[in-house]
Write a protein that binds this ligand. Sequence first.
Ligand SMILES: Cc1ncc(COP(=O)(O)O)c(C=O)c1O
Length: 374
Amino acid sequence: MTKEFLPYGRQSICDDDIAAVVDVLRSDWLTTGPAVERFEAGICGFTGAKYGVAVNSGTAALHAAMHAIGIGVGDEVIVPPMTFAATANCVLYQGGTPVFADVEPDTLLIDPGAVEVAITPRTKAIIGVDYAGQPCDWEALRGIAAKHGLALVADACHALGAQYKGRKVGTLADISAFSFHPVKHITTGEGGMCLTDNETLAVRMRAFRGHGISSTAAQREKAGGWFYEMTDLGYNYRISDIQCALGASQLKKLTRWIAKRNELAAIYDTAFTESVVRPLAKRSDVVHAYHLYIVRVAERDVAFKSLRESGIGANVHYVPVYLHPYYREHFGIKECPCPVAESVYKEILTLPLWPGMVEADVWRIVDKLKNIFD
Ligand SMILES: Cc1ncc(COP(=O)(O)O)c(C=O)c1O
C-alpha cells in the first residue's frame, strides 16, 4: 500500500517507455516524423477509426475539430456544463457560441432531451463529453444530429478505451478528440488526437495543425522539393516524435490499464453499496474507461478537506463551465440554465484511481471516507 500522498490520477512510466523516447532522440526526426505517423496508426488500429491526426493537446484536438466542421461567428454549439472548460472554449476560439444543455442526474452525461430543447436555427453542432470515461448515449445524440443536420463531435478526452454498445469510442461521432495529459489513460506528456472516418475532415485537421500548410517538412524532404503553400489559417499544434514515441509505447499497456481501472472501480462500488457515499451510475451497454472515479456525498467540502489531510488527493470535476468568471462576465448566461449540473456540482468528489494503485490503496480511501460519514 502506498502511504505517501495518493493523487487522484497520475502517469505510469516504465523502462520500455523511456527506451522508446531515447530511440527517437537518437533518430533523424524529432518532430512531425515517422513516430507521429506510427502513433496515429496505433490509435486508429486500437479504436477502429480510419484517420488520426495527432496534435499537441486535447484542447488543440477540439479546436481542430471545430475548425474542420466549419464553426464560425454566429454558430451555436451545444455542450454540457459538467466538463473541463476546453470543451466550450474551443467553440469560442472559432467565434462561435457554446450553448449549455444539462446533464442526467445519475451519470452526469449530457441529457439528449436537454440537447433537443437547446436547438435553435443557429445550432451547427453538438459536443458530447464522455464524462469520467463513460460514453454518452451516442445513439440518441446521433439521431438528434441527423434529424437537425448537425455535426456531432465527441470530447472523448476521458474515454480512450471505452466502448458503447460494442463499438469503441473514437468511432461514434463525426470527430472524436482525445487527450494524452499525464492523468489520462496513456500519456505523451502533453498531447491529443482527433479521430474521424471522414477523409475531408482529416485533411482539414492535418493542415490546421501545421499553419494551414498542406504538406509537412518530412513529406517535402521525401519528395525532394521545397515548395509549399498556406491554403488556410492554421496554428502550430504539432506534436513531437519524442512525445509520440512515448504514446505508442504506452498504448501497448492500454488494455491492461483499462482492466485495472475497472477492477479498482469495482472495489469502490462494492464498498459503497448501501452507503451515504454514492458512486455515479454506470450504463449497462458500455465498457467504462474510468478516467475518474466520482462519488456524490452530502458534505463534499468536509470530505475533501479530511481526505486531503490524510494524504488522499481527492479532487472535484468540475465547476459547471458557465459559472467560471470568464463565462459569467462575457456571456451573461441566464440564471441556472442547467439546474442538475449546478445542484450535483455541490456533491461531487473525485477519488484517486490510476493503474499503479493497489487494492489496499482503495481500502485506505474507503475506510477514511467511512470514518468521516459513519
Ligand atoms: C473533458 C476534457 N476535454 C478537454 C480537455 C483538454 O485536454 P488537454 O489538457 O490535453 O488540452 C480535458 C483535459 O483535462 C478534458 O478533461
